[in-house]
Design a protein around this ligand. Structure first.
Ligand SMILES: [Zn+2]
Length: 263
């Protein structure tokens, strides 16, 4: 995993024969009280002005002929600190009209609503398929209802491409799904909202997030995925990991650490 370019709204990585482009939709500030410490103790989270600052990232994977975008940012659906995804694609010189497949990790605003461009039109005019975990499809309503006919619901391990597999990991939402990307360089797990607050939840993965639909299931998924990622040849890409959101996981003490320069 070698970084080949970085600009304010995108960073490109060579991952074997694939190119991975991290796209910065923006950020979201939320109160630290969203974190739930099981014993009331834990490391103090990193804050900006007393608030948790969650980077909001999406990831494009390109094999040279086919591109899959994982998550789409918030567009104009939430705080104005988000909604830059299409600017990031332009900065990376990726024609959004070339994107036919979008893989959604879960149907929250900051992941799904970028299917609609800020001007209300379709963000990806050639869109053919939207992968989405079964259980989250109810969010394809109102201005997103027009994508229902292209939704591919993920109910078990499912090949998105020969090099990307969707894996259900319910907890944060009923349909939360991660995407395992394989190349000769190893595995890259695009894991959506498995971790919201990297300054706390790598060292203490049992700390949960108030907005998890099922905190126990979300914690179990996080522990399982972290154990898998700590093996050699595994990399992680996270929607709310600090920009550019790609790194490697190492086991440390009773928890883990994120090494953010994957080398
Ligand atoms: Zn999120």
């Amino acid at each position: 995993m070698r970084k080949t370019a970085e600009s304010p709204l995108h960073a490109s990585f060579e991952f074997g024969g694939l190119e991975v482009v991290a796209l910065r939709d923006g950020y979201l500030d939320l109160p630290p009280s969203r974190l739930c410490f099981p014993d009331g103790l834990g490391p103090a989270p990193a804050t900006v002005g007393g608030l948790l600052r969650l980077s909001v990232n999406a990831f494009l994977v390109d094999d040279g002929t086919r591109r899959v975008l994982v998550d789409t940012g918030a567009s104009t659906s939430w705080h104005p600190t988000m909604g830059r995804l299409l600017d990031g694609l332009a900065e990376a010189r990726v024609d959004r009209g070339s994107i036919t497949d979008v893989a959604i990790t879960h149907a929250h605003l900051d992941h799904l609503n970028g299917l609609v461009a800020p001007d209300g039109t379709d963000a990806f005019p050639a869109l053919e398929r939207v992968f989405l975990g079964a259980g989250d499809e109810g969010r394809l309503s109102e201005n997103l209802a027009r994508f229902r006919d292209r939704a591919v619901l993920v109910t078990g391990p499912l090949a998105v491409t020969p090099w990307m597999t969707a894996l259900p990991t319910p907890g944060h939402t009923p349909g939360h799904t991660v995407y395992d990307v394989r190349s000769e360089a190893g595995h890259l797990l695009v894991w959506g909202d498995t971790v919201h607050v990297p300054s706390v939840q790598f060292a203490r993965p049992e700390v949960t997030w108030e907005l998890d639909a099922d905190q126990d299931l979300a914690r179990a998924a996080r522990l399982e995925l972290l154990a898998r990622l700590a093996a050699p040849g595994h990399f992680v890409a996270g929607a709310h990991l600090d920009w550019p959101g790609i790194g490697r996981v190492e086991a440390r003490d009773r928890g883990y650490a994120l090494v953010t320069d994957p080398g």
